[in-house]
Ligand binder design. Structure first.
Ligand code: FAD
Ligand code: A2P
Length: 424
């Protein structure tokens, strides 16, 4: 046996640390826990990854879609990947190793690698799903533009507004920020997001990576007919364990002044999109800044309804600590009751028992069930990661009580692009 014939090469699945915006989508999607992360990078464990491709379509940036040639006995460990600032070059194949010796990329994998999510996804059996929600849009959704601007090609936007949208005497400092793109194209759909680079470098001298924010304005602009987009940003002053921190990007954004210029990439997102039907129903469930896409969708419907182009049912479940900590409380409560059915779950109101969105979903079981059983209904959940479990449990209880099997209803909702989660 020659030395050369003992060598095989393969394509190792790797995540590009330069492009990745650390949104955790891939780790959540991977059905076999091959993806993990440290404080620096998201990485793929070559010993576990089976090239199933489930993680590829949901990745907002395409950072996940890298397959670097390596010698099979010399794959990169997750520890090595944690240290990277950029992807390595393909490993050189020793002279004399014929291409025939390479492990060819399986044809179905190669196909899936070049797949973009189609709006009229008919081959549902082959569509990968996250555990909880769909990775395909509703069939009638408009086709989204994604990745027009990347980390190598960001676009500048000018701040034209920055307002606090929670009570000034509360802990929750949430801002509505309007960004104008001038004559640079930024076509977006409700439910999509953008990412913004905070200026400066981390402790190791590396430029900060971009942070992702849901778009809070409808497709025709925060101001109709203008090339502007709004976002809803919570100033992070404590980490998830309650320890004091100074969130890099959220503080930068909340402190922006009018005429400041920010560096933006995106748009991202090709499944958390609203149906484009005049009689579609939306069940929207959110906490805190998860209100952003709900605001975008509601405003889209409001503008259409004004021209008699929309008359579906909108049902909103919105969780916040108190009314004063609920972003956009005033404008939301001004919407006509026959336009949107608003259900507020307040967890820290001195005069009311603690409520979460899932409690209200249960209280409204009959109406929720009627909507769930209507194929024109799509469900959107956005905000705290922790609410996913509670919301799914509430749906399961309601559906089971009606004699239907939740597993079947859940699978159908996912397969038809009718159940969407964006939690962080
Ligand atoms: P960092 O400097 O990155 O983090 C500082 C510390 O705070 C870290 O320990 C981190 O773990 C912790 N931390 C990070 N975020 C939070 C948080 N929200 N609460 C408590 N602790 C936190 N944010 C919005 O405000 N509005 C949005 O519409 C929005 N949409 C998002 C959509 C997606 C798909 C994703 C993945 C995230 C979204 N985020 C949104 C979160 C946002 O991208 C940032 O993570 C957030 O603003 C914190 O960034 P930072 O740079 O200020 O904090
Ligand atoms: P809580 O008062 O228990 O923190 P935040 O203000 O931190 O963004 O949270 C928004 C709302 O979401 C708050 O009312 C918060 O309640 C609530 N919340 C926290 N955890 C969950 C959960 N697991 N499911 C649903 N809502 C939650």
């Amino acid at each position: 046996m020659t030395a050369a014939s003992a060598v095989t090469v393969k394509k190792q699945h790797l995540i590009d640390p330069e492009i990745c915006i650390r949104c955790n989508t891939c780790e959540e999607t991977c059905p076999i826990d091959a993806i993990t992360h440290d404080s620096n990078n998201y990485v793929v464990d070559a010993a576990i990854c089976n090239d199933c491709m489930a993680c590829v379509p949901p990745c907002p940036t395409g950072a996940i879609d890298n397959w670097i040639q390596v010698i099979s006995s010399n794959t990169y460990s997750i520890e090595e990947q944690y240290t990277w600032d950029e992807l390595p070059e393909p490993q050189e194949v020793p002279e004399g190793v014929a291409e025939a010796l390479s492990e060819p990329v399986d044809a179905s994998v190669a196909d899936a690698r070049s797949t973009t999510v189609a709006n009229d996804a008919t081959d549902l059996e082959n569509v990968p799903f996250t555990a909880a929600g769909s990775t395909i849009p509703p069939w009638s959704a408009a086709h989204p533009y994604v990745n027009l601007y990347t980390h190598k090609n960001p676009v500048s936007a000018t701040v034209v507004g920055n307002y606090r949208v929670t009570g000034s005497d509360t802990e929750s400092d949430i801002h509505h920020i309007v960004l104008d793109f001038g004559d640079n194209p930024m076509p977006v759909l409700e439910g999509q997001s953008i990412a913004i680079f905070p200026p400066g470098t981390d402790a190791k001298g590396r430029a900060y990576h971009a942070r992702q924010y849901s778009i809070a304005s409808p497709r025709d602009g925060e101001r109709p007919g203008y090339n502007n987009v709004s976002i809803t940003v919570k100033r992070v002053t404590a980490d998830h364990d309650g320890n004091a921190v100074n969130g890099v990007c959220s503080n930068y954004l909340c402190d922006l002044q009018k005429n400041d210029v920010v560096k933006v990439i995106g748009p991202f997102g090709n499944s958390f999109l609203m149906p484009d039907l005049p009689d579609a129903n939306l069940i929207m469930i959110c906490t805190g800044t998860g209100a952003a896409p709900m605001r975008a969708m509601t405003e889209r419907c409001r503008r259409l309804a004004k021209d008699n182009k929309y008359d579906g049912t909108l049902m909103l479940f919105f969780g916040a600590r108190t009314e004063r900590e609920l972003p956009y409380f005033g404008p939301l409560m001004n919407l006509p009751k026959d336009f949107i059915d608003v259900n507020l779950a307040l967890s820290r109101d001195a005069d009311k028992p603690k409520q979460y969105v899932q409690d209200l979903i249960r209280e409204r079981a009959d109406d929720v069930l009627d909507l769930l059983n209507d194929s024109k209904t799509c469900i959107y959940v956005c905000g705290l990661k922790g609410m996913e479990e509670g919301v799914l449990a509430a749906f399961k209880d309601i559906v089971s009580a009606s004699g239907q099997k939740w597993e079947d209803v859940h699978a159908e909702l996912k397969a038809k692009g009718r159940l969407h989660f964006e939690t962080y």
